[in-house]
Design a protein around this ligand. Structure first.
Ligand code: ADP
Ligand code: MG
Ligand code: MG
Length: 883
């Protein structure tokens, strides 16, 4: 088996398509080499080695050593340097790289191969002691930390003490002799901690680092990350071993990171940061304040430090050309890492860059407009569920702001919550139902769970490419980073700024769009569809086949849904209308009536109110379809519970409160969700269906007449299991239509259909379709009744089911395609057998879930209906479902 793949001038064995085998980083290093870009040569040990390692009790494949040695020989030839040489030593970087970028994996080890002899050779060869010993101290610290498990704080303390003693402020102030002293102190520290000396043998160093990468695949924080992102364990990680290039050889050298477009706004402008005379992750670690790559960014940031464009114009020009080449090649925005050694550019990484949703939309739309990608590809590039972020509130521009400070606008959106100072607290508070803002000096991979739990993240150190900024953008969480005037005392849980201090639990607001940090809670405003978002949605609308409707009954909800592009109402739940204001009193009267006469009297009070509700909706919906569901829930949901309520209803009905209480008790059911509800109720009390049908017809005729158009409501009967049930309710509806026609001299137009929400209805759909013009899949109840799981009681065990992998997903969130889906498919097929043009839709929560929507497309439903805020998600998901 081939376990090792080389990359380098004229020798590259892999390419970008081999991410599974080589990991993302390895595959892209190979691709860049193939493109003829300046990439230091190296090789990738495949993910299969990782899998093998864990399957075989942490043993490497027997051929591995030999293949690694051959690869090193190839690198030696390309670089004209030798590993462990005492004249021209080859130094290596050892980097982890899974298929998808995975924070939490082992940190990179740089400058591997140095020891007391090779460092002297390096110094002599470069004629630069400072550079050689700076590299050595970095190596000892990194290797000790990530491979030997010696905490990096020890090394930082030694360095800080040394700098204090010598009155140095920057690391770059230290001379070669200084670093020599530091190196000696570091090595003593390692020996003290481990009881054995730092490994001098480069071969031993290499295998130590390789092993550490594989071991890091199974450490808790990597496992947590995989669990959160549904990354399978057996993917494994690759290891990239690469010749070092050096950004720390002086003023003519540098290291940096860049995005080919702005990852926060999506603006088509190169964006990045770099540090002169630095190495590795100095830029992101916030050791010195980095400099901007372009002049444009420098001016916008009011920075006085010169840009790369100004200081190294030739390197900049070459880098810019590389960026353009890579963006065109990958047809997506790239996130790049590079190093400049003595004025020569080296590319160390490229990948599709993480970006905010706002940037993602802009980039997709811009690239499609420029013809770099198709509209279909643009539509496919946005994850429907991510749209949620844009549908979140932002700070009302007219609200008062008690501004504490301004940091970097690292990830847009506004968030408000109680301060917590560590990730565990964030998680606990969130579990207790509180919104929190995680406030930290800076974040690290150990904070992922806290960042997930928090509404927003505030850091006092680090730039736009700091850990907090990158991760928050990926998560779509608002983040203000590098708010330097804030002091965080995490141990005592105090944050102070500008003479004011805040403790744990104090509420603050952050605005990730402009970097503001505000005291207290601030007025927020609702989002709207505009710009790139609107454009992309229009493209999605051109592509999708299914219609998107909404579940709404109040004018406010209907308006929101319409503004988000709803094409109809798929579910108008009439019972929701019964709870509002004074109506509940009349509803209670109706329920507690003893005789048909009494009930009709109470219903007569509800009629005009209900009619007006429908008028309002028909007017707002103009000629879009509206499906109205007749009364569905068990009556006890409306019953008066408190003595006060009972007294009020009794007074209204002019009866004794005690008698009323008894009637209410008679209506109690053991299992109301399976009791007298839905069509059963409409059959027990036909007056209810008649009143509702009348209200619908009168409203439809009224709006038709006043606006000179046809309103054709779709009346939906809930919880049907038998055709005969539907026939009875249908008869009351049809009868009412005739009465109304006689009274008003005009026959209402309407259709009647049924929910499919009981397994029996799905099984007998061929039969039921004879009496229905449409089916609407009520997948909430259908899931409940198919599984026999009460959706109101599921929380106590579904979580554990998911933990123990009994069930992969919550079936109430994402449709159980294997089981419940079969019933949906069956009913769709059989319904069409009876009535070829029967209209089919879904109105459960699943109508807003992308995976469920994809399934609906395969079944050929006519529409999905979801809550108003999910409408854009559904529009996009429905488009992706046909691509
Ligand atoms: P991460 O996955 O955390 O980005 P990388 O493997 O990309 O880790 O390494 C981090 C940094 O280490 C790089 O951005 C680069 O600055 C430095 N680095 C990695 N390999 C080399 C190399 N061959 N020469 C010089 N610097 C390197
Ligand atoms: Mg890293
Ligand atoms: Mg990197």
């Amino acid at each position: 088996t081939k376990w090792v793949y080389i990359f380098g001038e004229n020798k590259t064995e892999g390419d970008a398509s081999m991410k599974e085998l080589l990991g993302g980083k390895g595959a892209n290093l190979a691709e860049m080499s193939r493109l003829g870009l300046p990439v230091p040569p190296g090789f990738t040990i495949t993910t299969q080695v990782c899998t093998h390692y864990y399957e075989e009790g942490q043993q490497y494949p027997s051929e591995l050593k030999e293949q690694v040695h051959a690869a090193i020989a190839a690198v030696e030839e390309l670089t004209e340097r030798q590993f462990n040489s005492t004249t021209k030593p080859l130094l290596l970087s050892v980097r982890s790289g899974a298929r998808v970028s995975m924070p939490g994996m082992m940190d990179t080890v740089l400058n591997l191969g140095l020891n007391d002899r090779t460092v002297e050779a390096l110094a002599k060869d470069a004629n630069d002691d400072r550079f050689a010993y700076d590299s050595y101290r970095r190596f000892i610290q990194m290797y000790s930390d990530v491979v030997l498990g010696v905490d990096h704080d020890y090394f930082e303390e030694i360095l800080e003490d040394f700098k204090d003693e010598h009155d140095y402020s920057l690391d770059t102030d230290l001379t070669g002799d200084d670093w020599k002293e530091i190196v000696a102190a570091y090595k003593d520290k390692v020996e003290e901690e481990l009881g054995r000396p730092f490994p001098e043998d480069p071969e031993e160093q290499l295998w130590g680092a390789v092993g550490a990468v594989f071991k890091s695949w199974m450490i808790p924080r990597a496992k947590t990350y995989r669990a959160l992102h549904e990354i399978p364990e057996d993917w494994g990680t690759a290891v990239n071993v690469q010749a070092m290039v050096f950004g720390n050889t002086g003023e003519n050298s540098a290291t940096g990171v860049a995005f080919t477009r702005n990852p926060s706004t999506g603006e088509n402008a190169l964006y990045g940061e770099f540090l002169i005379n630095a190495q590795g992750e100095d830029v992101v670690a916030g050791i010195r304040t980095p400099q901007d790559i372009t002049e444009k960014a420098r001016i916008e940031a009011h920075s006085e430090k010169p840009s790369l464009e100004a200081t190294m114009p030739e390197v900049f020009a070459e880098f810019k050309a590389v960026c353009d080449k890579l963006e065109n090649h990958y047809r997506d925005m790239q996130d790049l890492e590079f190093t400049v050694e003595h004025g020569k550019l080296w590319m160390l990484q490229t990948r599709n860059g993480k970006r905010t949703l706002k940037a993602a939309l802009k980039i997709a739309v811009d690239m499609a407009k420029d013809g770099l990608i198709t509209k279909e590809e643009a539509v496919e590039r946005i994850a429907p569920s991510s749209l949620d972020q844009l549908l979140h509130p932002t700070i009302d521009p007219n609200s008062e702001r008690d501004e504490l400070t301004v940091g970097l606008p690292a990830s847009p959106g506004a968030a408000c919550g109680a301060i917590v100072f560590n990730s565990d607290d964030a998680e606990t508070e969130k579990a207790n139902g509180r919104s929190v803002i995680l406030v930290r000096t800076e974040t690290s991979p150990e904070d992922i769970h806290g960042m997930h739990a928090a509404e927003g993240i505030l850091t006092t150190r680090g730039g736009m490419t700091s850990h907090a900024a990158v991760v928050a953008r990926g998560m779509g969480k608002p983040c203000v980073a590098g708010a330097g005037s804030i002091r965080v005392d995490a141990r005592n849980e105090i944050m102070s700024v500008d003479g004011r201090s805040f403790g744990k639990g104090d509420v603050i607001t952050i605005d990730g769009g402009n970097g503001q940090v505000l005291a207290g809670k601030v007025q927020m405003q609702e989002p709207e569809l505009s710009g790139d978002f609107k454009k992309l949605m229009e493209w999605a609308d051109d592509i999708r086949r299914m219609n998107i409707r909404t579940n709404a009954e109040t004018p406010a909800d209907v308006k929101v849904a319409l503004s988000f592009g709803a094409e109809g109402i798929g579910l108008c739940r009439t019972e929701h209308m019964f709870f509002e204001g004074e109506r509940i009193l009349a509803v209670r009267e109706m329920i507690l009536s003893d005789t048909v006469q009494e009930r009709k009297a109470a219903l007569a009070k509800l009629l005009p109110i209900q009619r007006q509700d429908f008028i309002d909706i028909f007017e707002l919906m103009v000629d879009r379809p509206v499906t109205i569901r007749l009364l569905d829930p068990p009556l006890h949901e409306f019953l008066p519970k408190t003595d006060e309520d009972i007294a009020e209803v009794a007074k209204q009905m002019d009866i004794d409160p005690e008698e009323l209480r008894e009637r209410a008790e008679e209506l109690e059911e053991f299992n109301p969700m399976l009791g007298n509800r839905g069509c059963r109720l409409l059959i027990s009390y036909p007056e209810i269906a008649e009143m509702q049908a009348r209200a619908i017809f009168e409203a439809a005729l009224d709006v038709s007449k006043r606006h000179g158009r046809k309103v054709t409501p779709e009346i939906m009967v809930p919880l049907v299991g038998l055709k005969s049930e539907l026939d009875i309710v249908r008869a009351s509806i049809d009868g009412t239509a005739e009465v109304v026609a006689k009274e008003l001299g005009e026959k209402p137009e309407y259709s009647v259909g049924t929910m499919i929400e009981l397994p029996r209805a799905a099984l007998l759909s061929e039969d039921i379709a004879a009496s229905a013009e449409f089916f609407s899949f009520g997948t909430n109840d259908l899931t409940q009744t198919t599984f026999g799981i009460s959706r109101d009681d599921a929380a106590s065990f579904l979580g554990k089911y998911q933990d123990r992998k009994v069930m992969e997903k919550d079936p109430f969130v994402s449709l159980d395609i294997d089981g419940v889906g079969q019933l949906v498919k069956l009913a769709a097929t059989n319904g069409r057998k009876t009535k070829a043009d029967i209209k089919l839709g879904i109105c459960g929560e699943h109508g807003g879930d992308p995976a469920s929507i994809a399934f609906c497309e395969t079944v050929g439903l006519n529409y999905v209906s979801c809550s108003p805020f999910r409408v854009p998600v559904a529009r996009l998901a429905a488009a992706q479902a046909v691509l």
